[in-house]
Design a protein around this ligand. Structure first.
Ligand code: APR
Length: 168
């Protein structure tokens, strides 16, 4: 599985699937969640509401999939990152689950390229260095026969610097 680093807006990335840093309501929000719903259109929200009606809220660390509406991607995988509360072990495990469950869901759909934002490092205040380390290690340790490329999409300079160091 190849990894790539891109600085920019994940809604513009033509990967098979892009990952959304959602909240448990699945009804949209700010940050990358807001950007994906704005750019993707109401189709994504409609499917999220159907998922909510079927299974209830999305638990932290879990992942669900919708179409990508007007986005260049084919799917959006919505995962809920942990809110940073200082409990490093528990939060790190939940963040690792976000990457693992998103990759497993992507693999089950035969997805070949997948783009991640820096989950939990915005509104949820997860320390960026630690989050980057968890993201890169979890992806690099994930064995997949079908996923060919994982793109880390950084939106800010801090994260870009962190990922550049981690991926070199
Ligand atoms: N493309 C790529 N990355 C983005 C974009 C974008 N268009 N917009 C924001 N980001 C980056 C942020 O800079 C941050 O590094 O995504 C990362 C995650 O930040 P948030 O989007 O704030 O997500 P998170 O910290 O996981 O908090 C989730 O925020 O938006 C709400 O509904 C969401 O309640 C949930 C919470």
């Amino acid at each position: 599985m190849k990894t790539e680093l891109i600085k920019g807006d994940i809604t513009k990335i033509p990967a098979d699937a892009i990952i959304n840093a959602a909240n448990s309501s699945l009804l949209g929000g700010g940050g990358v969640d807001g950007a994906i719903h704005r750019a993707g259109g109401k189709q994504i929200l409609e499917e999220c509401i159907q998922i909510r009606n079927r299974q209830g809220k999305c638990k932290t660390g879990q992942a669900v999939v919708t179409s990508a509406g007007n986005l260049p991607a084919k799917y959006v995988i919505h995962t809920v990152g942990p809110v940073w509360n200082g409990e490093e072990d528990k939060s790190s495990k939940l963040l690792e689950d976000c990457y693992k469950n998103s990759l497993q869901l992507a693999e089950s759909l035969g997805i070949k390229t997948i783009a991640f934002p820096d989950i939990s490092t915005g509104i949820y205040k997860f320390p960026k260095e630690l989050a980057g380390k968890i993201a890169v290690e979890t992806v690099q340790n994930f064995q997949s026969d079908s996923i060919e490329k994982v793109i880390f999409v950084c939106f800010d300079d801090d994260n870009e610097k962190i990922y550049k160091k981690l991926l070199d």
